[in-house]
Design a binder for this molecule. Structure first.
Ligand code: GLN
Length: 282
């Protein structure tokens, strides 16, 4: 029987030999995640015995990682804005940079709740539900809808809402853009597909081969989703409502122009943790 310390060291050396630069962190994340241990337990529990069955699961997970599957996809969940979210095949893996969108609209959401006592949020292309569920978690008076064209994603978002105790305030709707949406919203948010189709082959394999293409591919100029959203958003926003979108690092001017020519005004532009333009609020 092996120990936890040996299992982590072995996973680390397999990843390091294959050239993975973060082999130590990834080995601890993988082994800890598979065995249900906190990171502290992984550091302090090196003598914990690891059964043959556990060893086998660790080895299979390392093999998946060697094929460039992201660590959190292998584990099946990841943290976003303090929430643990399940992932599935047709959900984009939530990125820390998207937390900037949550932070950008949260003050507005709180202000609307303070004046009206309630608020409605729509998240277009919700995937795991990350953005809308993070907003609902922060604002108990808010109700939210997550829309998506993937039933697999919608089922995942619903499960996430249930696990987080937010199911009563959340509904999942299958809709392309606004097609099946009715009513008006105080806040509309979206992290739509925004990568230019011709750039997709150059993405790192973790993204290109494992994130769903429908969540990445923004068409020939990467801007198709914004045009579709901007064309209709005014019909679904309350008078003082705001719409917040995630954008690619080089899309601030082009996306602003799309929304401004649809009659919106830019209220906020924010940068991500890597200091790239990432979020616009209109
Ligand atoms: N931020 C993602 C990436 O480049 C893209 C997600 C998107 O197109 N919305 O990895």
């Amino acid at each position: 029987m092996r120990t936890l310390g040996q299992a982590v060291a072995d996973a680390r050396s397999r990843l390091a030999e294959a050239g993975f630069p973060d082999s130590a962190i990834e080995a601890r994340l993988l082994v800890g995640g598979l065995l249900g241990l906190t990171s502290t337990e992984v550091f302090t529990g090196t003598d914990r015995p690891v059964s043959a069955a556990e060893d086998e699961r660790i080895s299979k997970a390392v093999e998946r990682r060697l094929k460039r599957e992201p660590v959190h996809r292998i584990l099946g969940s990841r943290e976003f804005h303090g929430l643990e979210l399940l992932l599935s095949k047709e959900t984009l893996e939530p990125r820390p940079d998207t937390e900037v969108l949550v932070e950008a609209v949260l003050p507005q959401l709180r202000q609307i709740v303070a004046t009206k006592g309630a608020a409605r949020v729509l998240d277009i292309g919700t995937g795991t539900g990350a953005i809308v569920l993070a907003l609902l978690a922060q604002c108990p008076e808010a109700q939210g809808i997550g829309s998506d064209i993937s039933d697999d994603a919608l089922a995942t978002a619903k499960r996430n809402a249930e696990r987080l105790g937010l199911a009563e305030r959340f509904s999942a709707i299958n809709s392309r853009w606004f097609d099946k949406i009715s009513g008006r919203f105080d806040i509309i948010v979206s992290n739509p597909p925004y990568i230019r189709s011709d750039v997709i082959p150059e993405l790192e394999p973790e993204v290109r081969d494992y994130d769903p293409m429908a969540a990445l591919d923004g068409g020939p100029d990467g801007l198709e989703a914004y045009r579709a959203i901007a064309a209709q958003a005014a019909d679904f926003l309350e008078k003082d409502g705001v719409i917040g979108v995630e954008i690619g690092y080089d899309q601030k001017d082009t996306v602003s122009a799309i929304f401004c020519s649809a009659g919106f005004t830019l209220a906020q532009a924010r940068r991500d943790y890597g200091d790239n333009d990432r979020v616009l609020v209109f």
